[in-house]
Design a protein around this ligand. Sequence first.
Ligand SMILES: NC(=O)c1ccc[n+]([C@@H]2O[C@H](COP(=O)([O-])OP(=O)(O)OC[C@H]3O[C@@H](n4cnc5c(N)ncnc54)[C@H](OP(=O)(O)O)[C@@H]3O)[C@@H](O)[C@H]2O)c1
Length: 241
Amino acid sequence: MSEQTIALVTGANKGIGFEIAAGLGALGWSVGVGARDDARREAAVEKLRAGGVDAFGVPLDVISDASVTAAARLIEDRTGRLDVLVNNAGITGGMAQEPTTADLDVVRAAVETNVIGVIRVTDTFLPLLRRSASPRIVNMSSTVGSLTRQSAADVETGPLSMAYAPSKTFLNAVTVQYAKALADTGILINAGCPGYTATDLNGFRGFRTPEQGAAIAIKLATLPADGPTGGFFDDEGVIPW
Ligand SMILES: NC(=O)c1ccc[n+]([C@@H]2O[C@H](COP(=O)([O-])OP(=O)(O)OC[C@H]3O[C@@H](n4cnc5c(N)ncnc54)[C@H](OP(=O)(O)O)[C@@H]3O)[C@@H](O)[C@H]2O)c1
């Protein structure tokens, strides 16, 4: 089996995911570019390769059992194991998300991608991660999922968000459950927030660059063996639940 570290980033064709792939590639890692659209995936792989990254395309739609199973088979055939999984793919479901007139389809879609998608991908790739000497899982969450911050009177948490913010709270809870289940396996799993980053997700209103947004994922992907697990972090440190 290859000595080169092998990573998979979901939703890596653009935005923060693309920059996570670029950052991990800059470490000399082999990076799977998980993306559901063939043309967007191939363009991203080409761009990463042009920048010197050992990138390869992984067709991957996180809301499809068949797609995720096929993606795991592709990595198994190619490298026989996975060292780092970054669950980055995410959607807001569209704004505004007024709680008192909630669109249940929007709530369902956000949970399906941001939570169930992460569980589907993680459980499907766990057998490959268990073959790694230092497996790491990073879940891209958001500070809008922090109940402490959402319920603080003096903290700006953005617009009412009946789908997106609760889906990230749910994702944080899922991350803690995984950390408990995987304690003593050597697998470290953490949630990270990129900060408010200019991407398609928010109509490019964020004030951080995608490269800055990628930094926390790269940090959590490269944690030492005695690093934290089951935590929630941004560039400043621990985020309150
Ligand atoms: N931007 C921010 O300010 C911010 C703040 C906090 C947290 N985050 C989180 O950071 C992560 C990346 O967000 P971003 O800002 O980079 O957003 P983005 O530019 O909209 O990128 C989202 C990525 O997820 C992919 N995706 C969506 N649904 C998918 C599915 N079913 N299967 C596979 N891929 C799927 C998209 O692919 P397509 O191109 O095919 O749609 C795209 O590659 C998300 O989890 C987001 O919640 C972002």
